[in-house]
Design a protein around this ligand. Sequence first.
Ligand SMILES: NC(=O)c1ccc[n+]([C@@H]2O[C@H](COP(=O)([O-])OP(=O)(O)OC[C@H]3O[C@@H](n4cnc5c(N)ncnc54)[C@H](OP(=O)(O)O)[C@@H]3O)[C@@H](O)[C@H]2O)c1
Length: 248
Amino acid sequence: MVIGGSGLIGTKLVNKLRQIGHEVVAASPSSGVNTITGEGLATALAGAQVVVDVANSPSWEDKAVLDFFETSGRNLLAAEAAAGVGHHIALSVVGTERLLASGYFRAKMAQETLIKASQVPYTIVRATQFFEFVGGIAQSATDGQTVRLSSALVQPIVSDDVAAALAEVTLGTPVNGTVELAGPEPIRLDELVRQFLSAHRDPRKVTTDVHALYFGIELNDQSLTPGDNPRIGPTRFEDWLSRSIPQK
Ligand SMILES: NC(=O)c1ccc[n+]([C@@H]2O[C@H](COP(=O)([O-])OP(=O)(O)OC[C@H]3O[C@@H](n4cnc5c(N)ncnc54)[C@H](OP(=O)(O)O)[C@@H]3O)[C@@H](O)[C@H]2O)c1
């Protein structure tokens, strides 16, 4: 069962698992399963062996996002324990414990803490920023025609490679720990966004500022990059960018 099965990662994961012959329930409020209210949860979980949680909070406001991941995590893990689910997998973010000045990452940390405290065997998969999120990073740092960004290192990954790695984890055994997932190349955040805007012929200009905040956090080269042995998704940003821009 994929919670958040209608989202960016969820849709791709559900398709991949179905393509290789697995029976998958794509669960989310739009299909009548809500981890906040509990609606539809027990019924959808009946017979499920593995649950992958790739849901996201509709609001990223500090209190709203914390309430979302705490309530959703509590309801989901309790329902899984009752249904005898053998493996809970959740998608989190590389560096979460270094990013707690941000309400979003405090909420992701709370989600991870609930998983570790529950009796359900688990694997936490921490991914770096998705290529598809780079436009959102630019937007969050925009003031008029200027995009003010740190030059900290990042190592982003495409959503297809995240979904492929999650499919493998889904078919494996629980590690009762955390695995990291990153793209093939480290790149500076300001440069990443510059490439993105230029490929989209977006007139905004990126200004480098080492103190610029990333969702409320001052970054360094370790903040968003993985540790020694991440799994690597093969797709290069440049290749994805040239494929994702409609050619004239
Ligand atoms: N963006 C990044 O760069 C990045 C990096 C690393 C990790 N992550 C993590 O990746 C995960 C997935 O992100 P995404 O971009 O694929 O998300 P997304 O496209 O925004 O999709 C969110 C999903 O959550 C579902 N959802 C919302 N409220 C729910 C509820 N009450 N009960 C059940 N499902 C609910 C939505 O269902 P409906 O469609 O029915 O509303 C949708 O399927 C997130 O947990 C995020 O923290 C993101």
